[in-house]
Design a protein around this ligand. Structure first.
Ligand code: ADP
Ligand code: C5P
Ligand code: MG
Length: 241
């Protein structure tokens, strides 16, 4: 064909093939970048399951959570995080924050919710990083609408399995707390602060139970005036369901 050229079908196929391979490589590279970006943006915690464990001071929240943590097994491991214990540990860091936490605990009042919620989140992250734990018994939280709001603002991805509400008459609670106060070393296990803690509990924590019920979150009321083992038997049933 004079003055012109013929397209060789073979080179045409080669050209298309190379273009397809290059496009595929670029696509793969992009997907890898997107994947890396996605992983970097992931929160440090996956979606976790939580049980909120509530009840007045001395109701046995810590005792039952410890038992559940130690005894539930077979892939059904729950880690106990006590809001009060986390705050007591946080105040050891000293400074103004330590002083604030100290003052609130000694007065039987609630520490600002953002502080408590951050302590819980850090406790969850530490347990997840250590043992890949994603199931938590959160003891003594939320104790007010403000606590719950802080949770909903920052921890909303987690699933609330149910709420345990330990019920026990005040006179029984006073006896238990004064007994515990003999060797707990806690600044709030004395009769004046115990009274203030009861007041805080009635005013701030009791209304949150109604809130859960309104939200359709299951609340299991447990009579915790019984022996430790009787209470545990009732609680255990709920985790076996
Ligand atoms: P909370 O964490 O709700 O404040 P704790 O689990 O620390 O309560 O219990 C308060 C005190 O009462 C502790 O000294 C504990 O040993 C004791 N106690 C807990 N549960 C019972 C129970 N069912 N019967 C008698 N004493 C109990
Ligand atoms: O649950 P515990 O009895 O260990 O709590 C001790 C104190 O810690 C409370 O009286 C309160 O001052 C503080 N606290 C709080 N907010 C919570 C739980 C505990 O301010 N959600
Ligand atoms: Mg406790």
């Amino acid at each position: 064909m004079p003055g012109g050229y013929t397209r060789c079908p073979f080179s045409y196929v080669m050209f298309l093939g190379t273009a397809a391979v290059v496009t595929l490589l670029i696509k793969q590279q992009k997907t890898k970048q997107q994947q890396d970006e996605y992983e970097r943006s992931l929160p440090s915690l996956p979606v976790c399951e939580v049980v909120f464990v509530l009840g007045g001071p001395g109701a046995g929240k810590g005792t039952q959570c410890q038992l559940l943590q130690e005894r539930l097994g077979g892939g059904n491991t729950w880690v106990h995080l006590s809001a009060g214990d986390l705050l007591r540990a946080e105040r050891e860091s000293g400074g103004e924050l330590g002083d604030l936490i100290n003052a609130k605990i000694a007065a039987g009042e609630l520490v600002p919710s953002s502080i408590t919620c951050q302590c819980i989140e850090r406790g969850m992250i530490a347990a997840f990083q250590k043992n890949k734990t994603t199931k938590f018994l959160i003891d003594g939280f939320p104790r007010s609408h403000e606590n719950m709001k802080a949770w909903e603002d920052t921890m909303y991805i987690h699933t609330i399995k149910f709420v345990l509400d330990f019920e026990c008459p005040e006179e029984v609670l006073v006896g238990r707390l004064l007994e515990r106060g003999k060797d707990s070393g806690r600044s709030d296990d004395n009769i004046e602060t115990i009274r203030k803690r009861f007041k805080t509990h009635q005013e701030s924590a009791v209304p949150i139970i109604d809130y859960f019920q309104q939200q359709g979150i299951q609340v299991h009321k447990i009579d915790s005036a019984r022996s430790v083992i009787q209470v545990y038997a009732s609680v255990l049933l709920l985790f076996k369901q």
